[in-house]
Design a binder for this molecule. Structure first.
Ligand code: NAD
Ligand code: ZN
Ligand code: ZN
Length: 357
């Protein structure tokens, strides 16, 4: 009898001792594309050979040391990685070699604290973050925690599914916590990697979309994806236009990378509306007390999603309702991708395709 190999099991030999990765060696400096030691999966972990990894603006914030809590160089960014398990560490019973999995920003959590116990594991104070506190997916291999690794749905396209692992789950959860109902308006400010996927989830959830960005090509993409109204915040009076078109949005989702969009978002909401802040540019914004109180507004933050949110977000993808706009790149191009992201020149998401190398 002929033995068939799992067609998915990629070339990997336990004799391999190094891998190629893009490493942050110093904040603000270009990433070093270098050979680094191949990690060995510990107890409860798995080693994954990457097929693809999305490039999130968070990776750029990480490489620039933009946030108050900073990672420690040298580190490997990347938290939208999709690949195949090639080895498992001790005690792993629910993942096996050949399984297709992803990493995520929520790389692991403690499972025991008040937040973990109450279905709010994204608030766990002992969480580890992929591509930030632990090495991520900008390399040919990565380690995942078997209990938190994302199970990729059968038949997924590795290029398309990668952005769901951060951008998708984040905007899906963010839209849920706007509390907007089918038929109501949601304003999405920032139509980049996150925002263009948010338009698609919003439509799939029965919401009406008004899209706001500072770049007409992003707005054209939003219109193609089903936004009924688009407004360029650089050239138009965005508050007046959104209020005229919708009477005020029931929900507002801010994924923009400029603090100005955050203050502006308050003006886009309908009385009683909810403004969900997702973008993470360094800085702050003015919040007019009178308007917030008299209009009964809710302003809340939202950070990625739980494993359950991830499963739900992937289910929308698996049912063909979400198609991220992706452009493939090579790991060697990552610094150029960061430059284009900084200048706001990327439509949709750039995804590193390791299968080309
Ligand atoms: P991106 O670079 O792909 O997109 C940013 C978009 O913001 C671009 O389309 C840009 O034109 C637009 N923009 C810039 N200034 C604007 C303004 N004044 N008004 C409206 N739009 C404006 O970035 P991304 O990968 O989509 O990430 C967006 C932000 O979300 C980043 O700060 C990232 O760190 C953050 N993020 C947060 C979470 C979370 O869980 N809260 C998860 C992932 C990413
Ligand atoms: Zn991200
Ligand atoms: Zn916890």
């Amino acid at each position: 009898m002929t033995q068939t190999m799992d067609s998915r099991a990629p070339n990997y030999s336990s004799a391999d001792s190094t891998m190629r990765a893009a490493v942050v060696t110093e904040f603000g400096a270009p990433l070093a594309i270098s050979e680094v030691e191949l990690p060995v999966p510990g107890i409860g972990e798995a080693l994954v050979k990457l097929e693809t990894s999305g490039v999130c603006h968070t990776d750029l914030h990480a490489a620039q040391g933009d946030w108050p809590v900073k990672p420690t160089p040298p580190f490997i960014p990347g938290h939208e990685g999709c690949g195949i398990v090639v080895a498992v560490g001790g005690g792993v019973t629910d993942l096996k070699v050949g399984d297709q999995v992803g990493n995520a920003w929520l790389w692991s959590a403690c499972g025991r604290c008040e937040y973990c116990r109450t279905g709010r594991e994204t608030l766990c104070e002992s969480q580890q973050n992929g591509g930030y506190s632990v090495n991520g997916s900008f390399g040919s291999f990565m380690i995942v925690n078997a209990a938190y690794a994302t199970r990729i749905p059968v038949g997924a396209d590795p290029l398309e599914v990668a952005p769901i692992l951060c951008a998708g789950v984040t905007v899906y959860k963010g839209l849920k916590v706007t509390d907007a109902r089918p038929g109501q308006w949601v304003a999405i400010s920032g139509i980049g990697g996150l925002g263009h996927i948010a338009v698609q989830y919003a439509r799939a959830m029965g919401l009406r979309v008004v899209a706001v960005d500072v770049d007409d090509s992003k707005l054209a993409l939003a219109a193609n994806l089903g936004a009924e109204v688009t407004v360029n915040a650089r050239t138009a009076d965005v508050v007046a236009e959104v209020q005229n078109a919708t009477g005020g949005a029931h929900g507002v989702l801010v994924t923009a990378v400029h603090p100005e969009a955050f203050g502006q978002a308050i003006g886009l909401a309908r009385r009683g509306g909810t403004i969900v802040l997702i973008g993470l540019p360094p800085g702050d914004f003015p919040a007019p007390i009178f308007d917030i109180v008299l209009k009964g507004l809710t302003i809340r933050g939202s950070i990625v999603g739980t494993r359950e949110d991830m499963a739900e977000a992937l289910d929308f993808y698996a049912r063909g309702l979400i198609h991220p706009t992706v452009a493939a790149a090579r790991l060697d191009d990552v610094n150029e991708v960061f430059d284009r992201m900084q200048r706001g020149e990327i439509d949709g998401r750039v995804v590193i395709d390791y299968r080309q190398d």
